[in-house]
Design a protein around this ligand. Structure first.
Ligand code: HEM
Length: 162
């Protein structure tokens, strides 16, 4: 989330937050808090199917689009884009799942599968790979490229020539 600023003195969870303070909500830590999520380091996306979790800022356990007055105004557009990209990828390419071990995400320094801490994150290793002829591409890598540069159509054009 972007930095927010307290526009009044406020007491939050027992802490005094003076007016004018810059507040950084550590969404990374919330998402990995075992008090919030069961087995938080386990890559188990179906956990979201088991629970009714709002992701547009009403459920503070999951805040991909932030929350409050500065919540992402294009949350629904973002969701639609990601779903569309994923649908195209699943439809157009043959997928293979890597070993079970590779599906786990661990804290940095414990495991080479770690993520770097930063404004955004990219997995060190891919969770799956796309096979296209002799070419293999890590999914995290390709998704990264798609989101960053919107190169999906270019990518398809390139692949169709190989
Ligand atoms: C999956 C895609 C997206 C994600 C995960 C995302 C996430 C976020 C997050 C976390 C914030 C900060 C909210 C906060 O600090 O409380 C934000 C703000 C914002 N996003 Fe997005 N966003 C996405 C797509 C988009 C798209 C497609 C657009 C525009 C077409 C967009 C426009 C904005 C704008 C203008 C803000 C600033 C809002 C403000 O400060 O009032 N976002 N987004």
């Amino acid at each position: 989330m972007l930095p927010h600023r307290a526009n009044t003195d406020v007491k939050l969870a027992g802490y005094d937050v003076p007016k004018g303070s810059n507040v950084l909500v550590n969404v990374w830590a919330i998402a990995r808090n075992p008090a919030v999520w069961k087995d938080p380091l386990e890559f188990r996306p179906e956990r979201f199917a088991d629970e009714d979790v709002d992701m547009k800022g009403h459920d503070f356990r999951l805040l991909p689009f932030g929350a409050g007055r500065r919540v992402c105004p294009s949350a629904q557009l973002g969701i639609n884009i990601v779903q569309s990209i994923l649908g195209h990828l699943l439809h157009q390419f043959r997928w293979e799942r890597r070993s079970r071990v590779d599906l786990f995400i661990a804290y940095p320094s414990i495991n080479p599968l770690c993520e770097e801490i930063g404004v955004w994150q990219e997995r060190n290793r891919c969770l799956a790979r796309i096979i296209f002829g002799k070419i293999e591409i890590g999914v995290s890598k390709i998704l990264w490229q798609l989101v960053e540069a919107s190169v999906f159509s270019n990518l398809c054009a390139i692949f169709s020539k190989i």
